[in-house]
Design a protein around this ligand. Structure first.
Ligand code: PXP
Length: 258
């Protein structure tokens, strides 16, 4: 980056999975995650993210059918495990991007990053086939040098850095750990960008934790869901997304020229 250049625009991808969680609690059609996606776009989202899990606990196949057509002209980022079933769905819909994530049935959420290094041989054909269909491929990984190297050697377009541990440490008021993890994320973002990977980040981000992540100039996209949907109960989805956008912009404006 030029010493005085402004950092690149930071996109906000809104993850609508947990609108579907609430809908599925009663098994009907309400609340409709696609309506939430439309609202998110009106509130300033640059894209919509949805995770089709193997057990369909929130987003359904029908949701993906409806989202794939695009919402308000904004791209769909489909999060999925590297399985043959999910690959077939992605190839049928050809979303703008696929983010490959680890998935274990017993976990409550995506608890850690993908082991791109250990899983290289398993992941390689997925990356290749998705890219052959002109889908951008992102790998959801921890900010560890070995994982960035693996993402590079797999030919991924993007890495999404897992911010879950950083947010957890903040929530538990372990600020020393939080700051240590933040440093690792900063170093990781620099390293990933140096390798030519586009850098995204997400998981667990809240109004309280987003600014230091937004201030990392190599990161060009954040994917945020659970907190925004939870906060919508209190202040509405539109307001929660606009507030998040504002805090991202504030964090970004604190980036010092290199
Ligand atoms: N990024 C990835 C790759 C994810 O798997 C998730 C959770 O589905 C998110 C971002 C969003 O996390 P949260 O819902 O905690 O904001």
């Amino acid at each position: 980056m030029n010493a005085h250049a402004a950092p690149p625009y930071l996109r906000l991808g809104v993850n609508i999975d947990h609108v579907a969680t609430i809908r599925n609690a009663r098994g009907g059609k309400f609340p409709d995650p696609i309506r939430a996606a439309q609202m998110a776009v009106e509130a300033g989202a640059d894209g919509i993210t949805a995770h089709l899990r193997e057990d369909r606990r929130h987003i359904s196949d029908e949701d993906i059918d409806r989202l794939a057509a695009g919402v308000g002209g904004k791209p769909l980022n489909l999060e999925m495990a590297a399985t043959e079933e999910m690959l077939a769905i992605a190839l049928r819909h050809k979303p703008h991007a696929v983010c490959l994530v680890p998935e274990r049935r017993e976990e409550r959420t995506t608890e850690g990053g993908l082991d791109a290094a250990g899983g290289h041989n398993h992941l390689a054909p997925f990356v290749r086939q998705l890219q052959a269909a002109k889908i951008r491929v992102s790998l959801f990984i921890e900010a560890l040098p070995v994982q960035f190297q693996a993402a590079k050697s797999l030919g991924a377009n993007v890495v999404e850095i897992h911010t879950g541990a950083y947010c957890e440490a903040h929530a538990h008021e372990d600020f020393a750990a939080r700051d240590r993890i933040l440093e690792r994320i900063k170093k990781g973002a620099t390293e990933a960008a140096r390798l030519g990977l586009e850098v995204h980040a997400g998981h667990g981000l809240t109004f309280d934790t987003v600014k230091p992540i937004a201030a990392i100039s190599q990161i060009v996209e954040l994917n945020i869901g659970h907190f925004l949907v939870g906060e919508a109960i209190f202040i509405g989805l539109d307001v929660s997304i606009r507030r998040m956008r504002q805090l991202m912009d504030q964090g970004r404006s604190e980036v010092r020229p290199a």
